[in-house]
Design a protein around this ligand. Sequence first.
Ligand code: NAD
Length: 427
Amino acid sequence: MSQKSSQPLPSYLNPDNPGPWVVFLEQVDRVTPYLGDLTEWVETLKQPERTLIVNLPVKMDDGRIEHFEAYRVQHDLSCGPGKGGVRFHQDVTLSETMALSAWMSIKTAVVGLPYGGAKGSVRIDPRNYSATEMERVTRRYTEEISPIIGTKEDIPGPDINATGQTMAWMMDSYSKKVGEHTPGIVTGKPIPLGGSLGRVESTGRGVFIIASEAARDANISLEGARVCVQGFGNVGGIAGRLLHEAGASVIAVQDHTGTIYNADGLDVPAVLEQVRKTGGVAGAANCETIASDDFWSLECDILIPAALASQINVNNAQKVQAKVIVEGANGPTTPEADDILKEKGIRVVPDVLANAGGVTVSYFEWVQNLANYYWSEEEVNERLGIIMRDAYARLSATAEEHQVSLRTAAFIAACTRILEAAKLRGG
Ligand code: NAD
């Protein structure tokens, strides 16, 4: 992979295989011409502020010791403490963790949260370990990264293969270490430990809020709007349900079990019940099954990819007939597909804004923990709406000003915010 950025790669990355970090560097290079006087600070973004590599020796159930490599990367802390999930996966790399931490800097800056970006990873395949082994791995990881995390330094949350239980173990380990109850050290906790009401629904609710805003700007009335959703899990299922409740007609849903379609609108509560009972949408009543490729060419007003990355790509972008795309998943549109959609005049609301409802309510969870005062679910949802709508309006204005896509506008706005803070703090 070539390295086009003017900044040399961090010496700890393999120059022959630098990984996803290079993608982030190229994204920064692309928006640098829009940064004005802040350009002299742009190199700040091109090296993580702090990179920690730890080795976790953990006793297995049979008494053996196994070692796991793990990371915590704080990309930039100019705007506040680091925020970002911890993932447990056998394929994690330092480069990926660095890139994910940087994208958290962008996401928190896009919505205007007082955070920087961070990310953690543990290289482990959780399928091969018992719950007690995973608990020991999690606690050891928490101890090893504890020198750099803190309620005012860096606040982890859950990512792939991490649950509320994982966060409970992290919170417990950290609290014992510092000798005081510290719920604000992580977010995504179960409610009895200081989790926030509304957190589970927050990403899907954010997608719904953004879809409503984008529909309005595209002169689409939500009442009767035709919606297609890929992925009917936490994000897609909640967004689909809220759109249905707002009067939209969800005409197609695709998940790993199949693609269902009804031109008059699916019975969304029944489809959700089917997912709850069977794990997928296949077999839902009052709909037909269509070929998975045909999902992308359905004529609709709003398309919500909320499953996996790179789902809209060169093979199907030309066929897309949606007026608006709201990216519930992370990275569902490849850069080549993005160009095609732009040519077709389709408004794409990027992931860094569209799925930022989750990190926004994580922020609310942390605020409630620090204040030790808890809000009602209505209050959480109302404040989420204010922040998401505000961020959407800011990005739309930036896109208009520079005549760029919302995705480019998101990077311009985020890099500007971070570098303004970095500049004010000084070198
Ligand atoms: P989930 O596990 O609850 O649901 C995933 C959905 O994707 C399921 O409906 C599954 O059937 C579907 N799916 C899996 N493989 C598929 C395939 N090959 N084709 C079509 N559908 C497939 O996950 P989620 O929490 O809803 O997350 C969905 C996406 O949103 C992911 O990209 C995730 O990174 C992103 N995201 C989630 C959150 C959050 O708070 N949950 C926050 C930000 C971003």
